[in-house]
Design a protein around this ligand. Sequence first.
Ligand SMILES: Nc1ncnc2c1ncn2[C@@H]1O[C@H](COP(=O)(O)OP(=O)(O)OP(=O)(O)O)[C@@H](O)[C@H]1O
Length: 260
Amino acid sequence: MEKAIKVKNVSKKYKLYNRNKERVLDLITPKQYGEDFYALSNVNFEAEKGDIVGFVGINGSGKSTLSNILAGIVPETSGTVEINGQASLIAVSAGLNNQLTGRDNIELKLLMLGLNKDKIKELEPHIIEFSELDKFIDQPVKSYSSGMKSRLGFAISVNVDPDILIIDEALSVGDKAFAEKSLNKMKEFKEQGKTMIFVSHSLGQMKEFCEKILWLEFGKVKDFGTVEEVLPKYEEFLNKYKKMSKKEKTDYREAALTRR
Ligand SMILES: Nc1ncnc2c1ncn2[C@@H]1O[C@H](COP(=O)(O)OP(=O)(O)OP(=O)(O)O)[C@@H](O)[C@H]1O
């Protein structure tokens, strides 16, 4: 089977600063300021061409960080990422310029993908129609609601026909009808054998749509396997986790981090 994604020992380190002053000093002086924080730590995972992989994990487990690394939006600190084809990320705030209008954003994104003027002219009406933004398409994106931004992002990403589609929580904002239309588009891609990564807190959508599940916990891979293998375990964990007190959650996190 041909691999679409190969992630080897990927870590992502952020620096956490107590004050802005520390951030500036860290940049301009040789002395180190701030605290290292690993949003991802030695993550390994592979996806075959045509796989539909769901990323699950509690808040802050690293799902968006990994999605952004796969889409080439943020760089990994260490490790390697191999992407076979063109990846396109759909997330509420991904890659849209707030100062520009929706139409300008479409043109900019298509130009950045290397499309020529004729191809852009051909695609633009389809994207605008899919987005259902009508006259808002000529308003600056900063005036859009999160649902409208998501619709624009979704409409651009699905119409540029990417090899790998990464959808990060984009269906959780906006109205039900648009989410339905988007899910249908994703099903079309599934039938075409495209590789997809799907990040969602909705286990129902995961079950309906994904074949494999990558479970992240505090930046590490907790489990990776078929939906049937992994999702029931994650569901059981979630039920227990939700019932924990604040202190129990902190203890659980600390125990997990010490085990590393
Ligand atoms: N730019 C950044 N600087 C510092 N820390 C960051 C940055 N981006 C993310 N993080 C931290 O990295 C961790 C992982 O965040 P990420 O958004 O990837 O998690 P997630 O699983 O997508 O969470 P959610 O389900 O809440 O969207 C979090 O603790 C977050 O605070």
